[in-house]
Design a protein around this ligand. Structure first.
Ligand code: PLP
Length: 357
């Protein structure tokens, strides 16, 4: 049986070898007599799974030793609050490049004076504001930006140069290519896009950030609490942590982030090139800032959307409906989407255009 290709933005497709391994280990993890789901998070079995996953993500991203890797819950969304709670200072800079930036800004506003240093809202979020035009506050506690806007399909092509601690929401792009972690104070990512199942949030935090919370900060919202406890202050999302660990091993087996980056670039180019030359499908994003992970596109005739989706489903191509705020279609082509899946999509799109375009 071959599985359909699933273009969901998140929770998203996982590598098939990872799912197979999880199935093999479901009832009895490596002779322990337990499913990973049934293990104490403080038992030696799970501690070894947890430690291996951390070692592997450190290897993959080449994370410097003065950074902690935290395996938390609450989604990327709770980081919208944890970042302003953990970094003191009355004001913070934010860059607004789309829906997720806006949510981060809205939460930060509850806790700090927010300076939106740049926004592409007046260009309908189809670009990243020119760095030279950002109106940064040199006294800001930090600058926050969304490296890849999952809904709009807009991605920063470089890490911005700023003079204050840099924070990035990398939910839909972390592990898609090599990254210079040392440029950041905090990187966070909900796992369900490109890392593993929902329920786990990865936070990579420089040790200099730790220990600055106000006394009134709830323990669960304090990075220091989790760093001191190796992410086991309370019960961590054990199964999601284990599965993310299998994904890390899968990535290492493929040759790490340089190899997956090449693969991702080939997939993205194939799809964007097809869209651009089709004369029927369009992607509105300025080419330089097009996401390698999330590719929104619209059909020349909106009235064909339902037909497109239902015929795609019949062709074993799932979850292509665009986000309700954007409309049209969106193909999320994370690490786990094989090139063959993108090729099958392109072939389907060409055939659909031939019949209805
Ligand atoms: C999905 C997503 C979020 C929200 O993640 P949750 O884990 O649902 O809180 C935040 N930012 C970006 C860029 C996302 O893609």
């Amino acid at each position: 049986m071959t599985r359909p290709y699933n273009f969901s933005a998140g929770p998203a497709t996982l590598p098939e070898p990872v799912l197979q391994r999880a199935r093999e280990e479901m009832l009895d993890w490596q002779g322990s007599g337990m499913s990973v789901m049934e293990m104490s998070h403080r038992g030696k079995e799970f501690l070894s799974i947890a430690a291996q996953a951390e070692t592997d993500i450190r290897d993959l991203l080449n994370i410097p030793s003065d950074y902690k890797v935290l395996f938390l819950q609450g989604g990327a969304s709770i980081q919208f609050s944890m970042v302003p709670l953990n970094i003191p200072g009355s004001s913070a800079d934010y860059i607004n490049t789309g829906s997720w930036s806006k949510k981060a800004i809205a939460e930060a506003k509850r806790l700090k004076k927010v300076n939106v240093a740049a926004s592409s809202e007046d260009q309908n979020f189809t670009t990243v504001p020119e760095r030279a035009e950002w109106n940064c506050n040199p006294a800001a506690a930090y600058l926050h930006y969304t490296h890849n806007e999952t809904i709009g399909g807009v991605e920063f092509d470089v890490i911005p140069e700023v003079s204050v601690p840099l924070i990035s929401d990398m939910s839909s792009t972390l592990l898609s290519r090599p990254l210079d972690v040392s440029r950041f104070a905090v990187i966070y990512a909900g796992a369900q896009k490109n890392i593993g199942p929902a329920g786990l949030t990865i936070v990579i935090v420089n040790e200099a950030v730790l220990g600055q919370c106000a006394e009134s900060t709830p323990a669960m919202l304090n990075y220091q609490t989790h760093a001191n406890a190796d992410s086991m202050y309370n019960t961590p999302p054990t199964y999601a942590w284990y599965l993310a660990g299998l994904v890390f091993q899968w990535l290492k087996g493929l040759g790490g982030l340089t190899a997956i980056a090449e693969h991702n670039q080939v997939k993205a180019k194939l799809l964007y090139n097809f869209i651009d030359q089709s004369g029927f499908y369009t992607n509105p994003v300025e080419p330089r800032y097009r996401s390698w992970m999330n590719v929104p596109f619209i059909l020349a005739d909106d009235g064909l959307n339902e037909r497109f989706l239902s015929e795609a489903r019949q062709a074993q191509l799932l979850t292509l409906k665009g986000h309700r705020s954007v409309g049209g279609m969106r193909a999320s082509i994370y690490n786990a989407m094989p090139l063959k899946g993108v090729q099958t999509l392109v072939d389907f799109m060409a055939e659909f255009q031939r019949r209805y375009g």
